[in-house]
Design a protein around this ligand. Structure first.
Ligand SMILES: [Fe+2]
Length: 236
């Protein structure tokens, strides 16, 4: 996998109905479809400034969507509100990881991100604070990144990834819902201010071979989870 720096992985949209789950959660709890959540009149959900590193994956809409499954318990700051939810996401996520392991990692044991990171890319904002390499935030260079948008993505509403190592030349990766961008975590990446007039919600996660996993005491940037098995990572 290291040879192909960026590739696409297609999943079965009927079986893995992630978009449907999130769209229903958005409609039931915000009153707008997934691509239109920015139209909410709940002002506290919409950041008034451009998101910076560290607060990006913690913005109010992300916190809200972490209520989609009880297994994200503790990720959301407002636990007083009762949400309409189906609690199906995490089971489906693990099924997807199992399938990816079978299709991309042969018979190796893998280490995967136990709970994926949710991203919300609102119009007139970014979804990640700065262009970065994940190793700058304590991640192992052996991690492969998987980026799964819940809508079709384009131009300023998608992730921009370096075209080769250290080139510092970025291009938007445009994909359809049903495709996952798979890229080497050593490639620098980031987002632009979204001028596409729709909200892009996505989630991402990391996988590496167990053989390439090294225990570390470092913490993840936003949730402060140790990059260890049973904490940030899980083995399969
Ligand atoms: Fe990243």
């Amino acid at each position: 996998m290291k040879e192909n720096n960026i590739s696409l992985y297609k999943f079965d949209k009927q079986k893995f109905n992630f978009r449907e789950l999130f769209n229903k959660f958005a409609l039931d709890n915000i009153g707008f479809g997934l691509e239109e959540i920015h139209k909410t009149d709940i002002r506290k959900l919409v950041p008034s400034e451009i998101l910076r590193t560290g607060e990006d994956a913690k913005q109010p809409f992300c916190e809200l969507f972490y209520n989609i499954d009880d297994e994200f318990d503790g990720f959301n700051s407002d636990t007083s509100k009762i949400f309409i939810k189906e609690n199906k996401f995490m089971d489906l996520y693990r099924e997807l990881i199992t399938e990816i392991k079978k299709n991309l990692f042969d018979d190796d044991y893998i280490v995967y991100q136990k709970k994926p990171t949710l991203r919300v890319h609102l119009p007139n904002n970014v979804s990640t604070g700065s262009y970065h390499r994940d190793s700058e935030y304590g991640h192992s260079k052996n991690e492969i990144n998987f980026w799964l948008p819940l809508v079709d993505t384009k131009d300023t509403a998608t992730i921009h990834i370096e075209d080769s190592f250290m080139s510092e030349k970025f291009k938007p990766i445009e994909v359809k819902y049903g495709e996952i961008i798979v890229f080497d975590s050593s490639l620098k990446h980031g987002t632009e201010i979204n001028v596409e007039n729709y909200t892009r919600v996505s989630f991402d996660f990391r996988i590496m071979k167990l053989l390439e996993y090294e225990e570390t005491n470092k913490d993840s940037l936003v949730r402060k989870k140790k990059f260890k098995l049973g904490s940030y990572f899980e083995q399969l």
